[in-house]
Design a protein around this ligand. Structure first.
Ligand SMILES: O=C(O)CCC(=O)C(=O)O
Ligand SMILES: [Fe+2]
Length: 268
């Protein structure tokens, strides 16, 4: 093939790629089933195109993604505003027994009302996870607020033995945290990656905790699968909200709950 023919072919391929990309974008953002809610006012920059976020695979087993700019500044302000006045002390529920236990968890929680902005963020979270069948639903969004000395000690988000299903995914979005010290999300069973570029998003120096600690960078999110591909619970997703030493941290929990989840009888 002559050089001229090759470059024409490359040009055609690039143009086709551009058209494919463009129409994909067109389908998803404007006319697809997941188009943003039709919110007609543009107050506070909350409406319009979906914010573009940036995803990186942090770990393959368990699957953990790090997502930059998952929510916009205007969305953060809105979520903080609608949660104000509705916080209650957070509870824990070992063996189905819901109670406050200040030895394992000190924070306040607020369940968010379902307004158009909340629904839009839920749709974004759902689309990120792909179509998992009608049995997997997102729980009501929950905001967790940690003051100085607030924390949530090491735990799993899965239950492992509920008859009604289980939490199969966790999407944790940091709403406030840029000015706090402490307050990272620690996974003690993960191996810290060696490449120093990860240090932008995880603690590298002076991390007094084993494993990996994600920094609570506002707008970013950490997503993980709580189960192995065959449905068995994953023990390496053990995690904690480390104590806040100064400032304040607020996180948004978006959990994927599979109503049809059952523990597999063998293996992982
Ligand atoms: O806020 C964090 O860093 C983790 C929170 C958490 O694990 C939870 O609410 O289940
Ligand atoms: Fe958790």
């Amino acid at each position: 093939m002559s050089l001229r023919k090759t470059s024409i072919n490359v040009l055609i391929a690039l143009t086709m790629g551009y058209i494919a990309l463009f129409s994909h974008d067109h389908l998803f953002h404007r006319s697809g089933p997941n188009a943003p809610e039709n919110t007609s006012t543009s107050a506070a920059g909350l409406v319009g195109d979906e914010p573009s976020y940036d995803v990186q695979i942090f770990s393959r087993d368990p699957l953990i993604l790090h997502i930059r700019d998952f929510v916009s500044r205007a969305e953060i302000n809105h979520l903080l505003k609608i949660s104000e006045g509705t916080y209650e002390p957070s509870k824990v529920y070992p063996e189905g027994n819901h109670h406050i236990n200040r030895l394992s968890r000190v924070s306040e929680s607020a369940v968010l009302p379902q307004d158009p902005i909340v629904r839009r963020i839920k749709k974004r979270a759902q689309r990120l996870q792909g179509w998992r069948g009608n049995d997997t639903v997102l729980e009501r969004l929950k905001v967790q607020r940690y003051a100085v000395n607030g924390f949530y000690s090491w735990h799993y988000d899965w239950h492992g033995n509920l008859p009604e299903g289980d939490r199969v995914t966790t999407l944790l979005v940091y709403l406030v945290g840029n000015n706090c010290t402490g307050g990272g999300t620690n996974f003690p069973r993960l191996k810290r990656p060696e490449d120093p570029r990860w240090c932008q998003i995880i603690e590298c120096e002076n991390d007094e905790y084993a494993g990996v600690t994600f920094k609570p960078i506002e707008g970013t999110a950490v997503f993980w699968e709580n189960m192995h591909p065959n449905g068995s619970v994953h023990y390496d997703v053990l995690h904690a909200a480390l104590p806040v030493k100064s400032g304040q941290k607020v996180g948004l929990n978006i959990w994927g709950f599979d109503l049809g989840w059952k523990a597999p009888s063998v293996g992982r």
